[in-house]
Design a protein around this ligand. Sequence first.
Ligand code: ATP
Ligand code: MG
Length: 255
Amino acid sequence: MNVLELQRVTVRYRERKIRSLKEAVIRTVLGHQRSDWFYSLRDVSVSIGQGESVGVVGANGAGKSTLLRVAAGITSPSAGVAITRGTIAPVMELGTGFEAELSGRENIFFNGALLGRSRNDMRTRIDEIINISGLDQFIDLPLRTYSTGMTARLAFAVATTIDAETILLDEILAVGDAAFQRQCNDRIERFVNGGHTVVIVSHDLEAIERLCPRAIWISDGQLAADGPSAEVIAKYQTWVADRRAVRQRAATASS
Ligand SMILES: Nc1ncnc2c1ncn2[C@@H]1O[C@H](COP(=O)(O)OP(=O)(O)OP(=O)(O)O)[C@@H](O)[C@H]1O
Ligand SMILES: [Mg+2]
C-alpha cells in the first residue's frame, strides 16, 4: 500500500524579479507582462509504500525541500496531485510547526496538536519526548533562544514519538552533533523496522545509503533517477563530477 503518491507534480512560481531599470521601462512602454515561470518541481511522479525508507538527493536548489513540502501538504502543487495516507510528521527547516515565543515544552503540545494528537495524549508522551530531545534544562525556555541543532532535536523527538505513520526529515542529520546523529540513526532504523515510512533529504550520501535502500535524485526540479540507493547515488556523483569538470574547463578557457 502506498502512503505517499505524487502524480505529475509541478510547483512553479511567477518570477517577479525585474533585473534592470531598462527592462522595467521597456515592459511598461510596450505593455508587456512578464509571464516567465520559475519551476521548483516539474512533472514529478513518485510512489512510496508503507514501511519504505527513501532518501532524496540532489544539488542545492534542485527541489528536494519543495518535494517534501508538497508531501507534507505545506505547499500545494501548481499542477498534478499529492495523495497521502495516515499521519505525516514533517521535520523541516527551522520553525515549521513551531512557535518562536513558546517554550520548548509548550511547542511539544502545539506541534502535537498540529499533528492531530490531543493534549492528554501528549501528556503521556512528554517525558519521553524531553528525554529523547536531550533538552531537559532548556525545555521551559522560549524556542527563539534555541540553536538550530536544538530546534531540530525537539522536532525530531516529537515526530518520532507520536506514532505518525510517516516522517519526513529535511537535513536533520546535518544540524545535529555526533551524539544526536547516532541517536537519529538508531531511531530511524527502529522506526522503519516498526513498519513506519521515512523520507530523508540529506547531502550526507553515506547516511542515505546506510539508512535507505531506495533513493530518488532530483535535478533541476525533475526526477533524474529513482532506484536502489547505491545506484542512484553513483549516478548523482558522476553528474556532480562531470559538472565540475565542465566548469573547470570553462574557467580555464576564459582565463
Ligand atoms: N516560495 C518560493 N518562491 C520562489 N521560489 C522558490 C520558493 N521556494 C523555493 N523556491 C525555489 O525553488 C527551487 C528549489 O528549492 P528547494 O528549497 O526545494 O531546493 P533544495 O533542493 O531543497 O535545495 P537545498 O539543498 O539547498 O536545500 C530553488 O531555486 C528556490 O529558489
Ligand atoms: Mg532544501
